[in-house]
Design a binder for this molecule. Structure first.
Ligand SMILES: [Zn+2]
Length: 340
């Protein structure tokens, strides 16, 4: 007999047990209902008793298994791993999680509309850009749940433990929601809050893009434009990193060099031709390349700033230097894009 057959058999036995248990079962359900009246009211008493009996035997109720299958069916062909450059950073904070085993899928109907983590699989209801602060924070939260499964001893042990200990509210609405288990959720929120800043800083380890005097032989000042069809990735010749933006400086973003993630809109740039000069506009936030405060006597920081196309500080010429590379020269200062 296969596992499902065994489950059905156990289920039938459990129903039989429940009927025999009679008054006691009714009393249990009544108490449960008092604790979480709204959610439990949605479950039939028979289903609830079946769940409790299965759990008592270390088995997962069929409705939860169906829910897992529903998620997995949707995720088929959509799985992504955590990008390898994040593994060592995240492992520092989640030593119990094997980052290489964690998979996530985007745009999943999770029934309750929240992300759901099951063992080392994370189902997100929307798409993500793991290098953006919001998505990264969300990932941190769900990784804590991954760790909670590890600590509990895997999926089935985790589910059984928290359906019993956490009350039946995490087993409702035809779904299973770790986020409704108050203790687990508290840990995940606290952990993500506590480590976010330090962890995110590490993920955006980067060089600061500057304006510098032109040195024709410096490959740090040479840029390749990779055409995505109307939008460009702008890549540095010396280190192969690409223009992106990082933390805020005042109310605008610092422009940085970052490892290439072609799906990230923060790395996509539109070149708006003014006739000899270009406005270089970011796809994600529509701001444009400009320059800000001095870093030292000879370098300015490059920032993203709202577009004022008449400002020469936002106008750039492309000068062909060699082999498909360009120097990108600022109209107002005559200096070129470089990095520090
Ligand atoms: Zn949560």
């Amino acid at each position: 007999m296969g596992f499902v057959g065994e489950l059905v058999k156990q289920g039938k036995k459990a129903i039989g047990d429940t009927v025999k248990a009679g008054k006691k079962a009714v009393k249990d359900v009544t108490e449960e209902t008092k604790r979480t009246p709204k959610n439990v009211a949605k479950l039939g008493t028979e289903a609830l008793d079946l769940a409790r009996n299965l759990l008592g035997q270390g088995l997962i109720p069929p409705v939860v298994r169906e829910y897992f299958s529903y998620l997995e069916t949707q995720a088929s062909g959509k799985w992504k791993g955590i990008p390898s450059d994040l593994h060592s950073i995240l492992s520092t904070y989640y030593p119990q999680v094997i980052m290489g085993n964690v998979r996530y899928a985007e745009n999943i109907d999770t029934v309750h509309g929240m992300a759901i983590t099951i063992d080392d699989q994370i189902f997100f209801p929307t798409s993500l850009d793991l290098y953006s602060p919001d998505s990264f924070g969300w990932l941190l939260h769900e990784l804590e749940h991954v760790g909670q499964y590890r600590v509990a001893g895997g999926r089935d042990a985790f589910v059984a433990k928290y359906l019993l200990q956490g009350g039946m509210e995490i087993f409702t609405k035809g779904s299973f929601n770790v986020h409704d288990a108050v203790g687990l959720e508290r840990e995940a929120i606290d952990k993500a809050d506590r480590i976010f800043e330090a962890a995110y800083d590490k993920t955006i380890a980067h060089e600061t893009v500057t304006l510098s005097e032109e040195v024709a032989t410096s490959e740090a000042q040479h840029w390749r434009l990779k055409d995505l069809g109307g939008l460009f990735i702008i890549q540095n010749r010396r280190n192969d990193k690409v223009l992106d933006y990082g933390d805020m400086v005042g109310s605008n973003e610092r422009v940085i060099l970052f490892s290439e993630h072609p799906e990230s809109h923060a790395q996509h740039w539109q070149l708006k031709d003014l006739g000899g000069y270009f406005i270089i506009q970011n796809r994600r936030n529509d701001k444009v390349l400009d320059y800000g405060d001095k870093i030292d006597d000879s370098h300015e920081m490059v920032i993203l700033y709202p577009e004022h196309s008449e400002s020469h500080a936002q106008q750039w010429s492309l000068q062909n230097v060699a082999g498909g590379y360009y120097a990108i020269k600022n109209r107002r200062t005559g200096k070129v894009l470089d990095y520090a």
